[in-house]
Design a binder for this molecule. Structure first.
Ligand code: FE2
Length: 344
């Protein structure tokens, strides 16, 4: 076993988590990561990084808002070197709170397409995901589907399931809608989605696909990789749920499908700044990107690494290439409009 220790916590309770680590003589061979990512592949990658560099990876896992609040409270004394989130909007929020620092890395600039990193290097995309429509193969003809906007049509009344508006994936989709069609039209759209819901929002993205499988709804709004997880699950019921739907990529004839990233930034007061940059560079390497693709069915951030075969089988698609910092800039408006629309 490699000498990596990963501290997993869901609820942040103690301020002394890294106190022991900081007292160790190998302090320089450490990188402390605050992560909102919740996937098994991540730990494999941390272990591989330690194997390659001798740098231990300490991880605190929690929601992005909790991690950002923790960073803010800790200030210059924070042990954190890297913040990882499952959404560009939260990284941008951390930038606006002066919690991240600019990084100049030719390696990162060449690995990551421009719209998937901060223009000044405050955060970098690590993986890509699309928020798409999983539709019933039995009850929906894909020729009926076109755009996110079309989900407002009354022909979908009682047929759509989607998780809560408190979820960041939905907030970022809404922010992207505001960026594309304006706040008033996006607000109207959110109200229409609510009136077309088959039930009040509950559960995660997998549960939405299961609701389609059970016949409760015909369309689920979900992130792409969840279908990969269902189809490769050990649970036959999940595999069956995955098989009951196909994916549709909206807005292919105009701006493209809404995408988001999982990404990382170096904290403003990182005690191990060089290790932090090495760590993020490693995560965007061809080797790490191949592992992300295979392990979590996300799209690689690099153009020169193909997605997993299953993901490729869903087809190529045009992605909305608006710079993802807008997801942070418009997050507050998105939350306000969701509230007004009654999207629980
Ligand atoms: Fe997720």
């Amino acid at each position: 076993m490699k000498r990596i220790f990963v501290i997993l916590i869901v609820i942040l309770a103690s301020g002394a988590l890294f106190a022991e680590g900081a007292a160790e003589p190998v302090e320089e061979n450490v990188v402390n990561v605050y992560s909102h990512r919740h996937y098994d592949v991540d730990q494999e990658l941390y272990e591989r990084f330690t194997e390659l560099t001798g740098i231990e990876v300490n991880v605190v896992k929690a929601g992005a808002d909790e991690l950002i609040e923790r960073l803010r409270t800790e200030g210059p004394a924070s042990p954190a070197d890297v913040v990882m989130t499952v959404d560009a909007g939260r990284l941008q929020k951390a930038v606006e709170m002066n919690l991240l620092q600019a990084v100049d890395s030719a390696e990162l600039d060449s690995a990551i397409p421009e719209h998937l990193r901060h223009p000044d290097g405050y955060w970098f995309g690590l993986t890509k995901r699309a928020r798409v429509l999983a539709y019933s193969v039995d009850r929906v003809d894909p020729s009926e589907l076109s755009t996110y906007e079309d989900l407002a049509n009354s022909k979908w009344a009682g047929r759509i399931v989607v998780r809560s508006s408190s979820n960041i994936y939905n907030q970022s989709l809404m922010a992207a809608m505001i960026a594309a069609i304006g706040e008033d039209a996006a607000a109207e759209w959110a109200r229409a989605i609510v009136s077309n819901m088959a039930r009040e929002p509950e559960g995660n993205d997998r549960d939405q696909v299961k609701a389609v499988a059970s016949g409760l709804a015909d369309i689920a709004i979900v992130n792409t990789y969840y279908l990969g997880k269902l189809l490769t699950s050990d649970d036959p019921e999940e595999v069956a749920a995955g098989r009951s739907v196909n994916l549709f990529f909206p807005n292919q004839s105009d701006r493209g499908t809404h995408i988001n990233i999982s990404g990382a930034g170096v904290t403003a007061h990182a005690p191990h700044r060089d290790n932090a940059i090495r760590f993020i560079e490693f995560l965007t390497s061809v080797e790490a990107q191949e592992r992300y693709a295979a392990g979590n069915f996300e799209y690689p951030i690099r153009d020169d690494v193909p997605p997993a075969d299953l993901v490729s089988s869903w087809g190529n698609f045009r992605e909305d290439d608006v710079n993802l910092s807008v997801l942070g800039d418009l997050n507050i408006q998105a939350v306000i409009e969701f509230d007004k629309a009654g999207w629980k």
